[in-house]
Design a protein around this ligand. Structure first.
Ligand code: SAM
Ligand code: SF4
Length: 357
């Protein structure tokens, strides 16, 4: 691999400290992936497919989804090559996602390949339907943790939100993942006003009973059907207040932690929850994320249409240095914020499942 080797023995946050978290004047050609605003990018989302075995109401329409042709999807070798170059540029954690990553055949092989690149953390987000049978193999391949999405603890409601699949299968998958050592397990819950917001306390109790970290996610304008309306989201602040009134919470977020979930511990020590208030309380100022779509575009923000296509570079003899510079340019072009709450905000052309959530 010819890409510039970055000394990442010390914390990459040193760059942020060196720039005072402030503006950087010129795009660096060495060192970590830093943007104009001093944000160091050390977290990479790899979308391995835009396909899915479910059709969650907040993500895809029931019918009529079209998917990318196979020839446009990056091969595992191509994905692993980009991941390896990102690692050389100081990326520390990788999450495999999609679409549904477990519908892609041979996914354990990709996990093995990516895990061997030496990241601090390799995780995966899944709807859980296909997880139980492969949990052991994923763990053996080097996967550290999984996030399992589950928006209701009531079987009929689960089925109506996710449109396909069964709650029991997903709950069994969570146990199988934990038995395989994929822990701590996180549970992603997208809250929809009037649909499942009456389960906030049930999910809090679930977190307390199981030790799983339930993360309440605000509904974002990223559904492929274009049906998002602001009044359908449940603000993270409201979630915290409703839980805190029953089981007092205390902030658990570490200083300098760039993870988007604001984490809270139950004061009595019985577990933890998180809220991802991407719409009402954006965390853009500390965003450290970079995404690779299934068809090989680098994106620096879920909500920006700016894409930096890496696939053609990979397929036309581009060197690792060329790919590294493309990653640098992608990070360098990042805007200070996603702008959802500003007048004139336009929904991105590609939806969550196409970008990689
Ligand atoms: N299929 C996998 C799953 O459902 O976990 C991984 C991909 S999915 C796009 C990643 C996460 O995005 C899931 O937790 C899902 O609930 C969430 N998600 C999808 N559409 C969303 C939306 N419009 N707003 C907020 N979260 C969304
Ligand atoms: Fe599929 Fe995940 Fe989107 Fe649901 S949220 S439709 S499981 S990609």
């Amino acid at each position: 691999m010819t890409a510039v080797r970055v000394a990442i023995s010390g914390p990459v946050r040193e760059v942020q400290r060196a720039t005072g978290g402030g503006r950087v004047r010129e795009m660096p050609t060495e060192g970590p992936l830093v943007d104009r605003f001093g944000r160091v990018h050390d977290d990479l989302r790899l979308s391995v497919t835009d396909r899915c075995n479910l059709r969650c109401v907040y993500c895809m329409p029931d019918k009529g989804m079209t998917f990318l042709p196979r020839s446009e999807i990056l091969t595992f070798e191509e994905i692993a090559r980009v991941a390896g170059i990102a690692r050389e540029l100081g990326v520390l954690s990788v999450r495999l996602t999609g679409g549904e990553p477990l519908v892609r055949r041979g996914i354990c092989g990709l996990v093995r390949h990516v895990a061997a690149l030496g990241f601090d953390d390799v995780s995966l987000t899944t709807n859980g339907i296909l997880l139980a049978p492969v949990a052991g193999e994923l763990a053996a391949a080097g996967l550290r943790r999984v996030n399992v999405s589950c928006d209701s603890l009531r079987p009929e409601r689960f089925a109506s939100i996710r449109r396909r699949g069964e709650l029991d299968v997903v709950l069994d998958a969570m146990s199988a993942a934990e038995a395989a050592g994929l822990a701590p397990l996180k549970v992603n819950v997208v809250l929809l006003r009037g649909i499942n917001d009456d389960e906030i306390l049930d999910f809090a109790a679930f977190a307390r009973d199981t030790g799983r970290v339930v993360r309440f996610i605000e509904y974002m304008p990223l559904d492929a059907g274009g049906r998002w309306k602001r009044d359908q989201l449940v603000p993270g602040r409201e979630v915290l207040e409703r839980i805190d009134a029953v089981w007092p919470l205390q902030a658990a977020r570490r200083a300098g932690d760039a993870a988007p979930a604001d984490r809270y511990r139950f004061v009595d020590g019985n577990g933890e929850i998180g809220v991802i208030s991407a719409v009402t309380e954006p965390f853009c100022g500390t965003c450290n994320r970079l995404r690779l779509t299934a068809d090989g575009a680098i994106r620096n923000c879920l909500f920006s249409d700016a894409e930096h296509p890496v696939r053609d570079l990979l397929r036309s003899g581009g060197t690792d240095q060329d790919v590294a510079m493309l990653l640098r340019r992608a990070v360098w072009g990042k805007l200070p914020g996603h702008g959802i709450n500003e007048p004139g905000f336009l929904r991105p052309r590609r939806s969550m499942s196409m970008i990689g959530g």
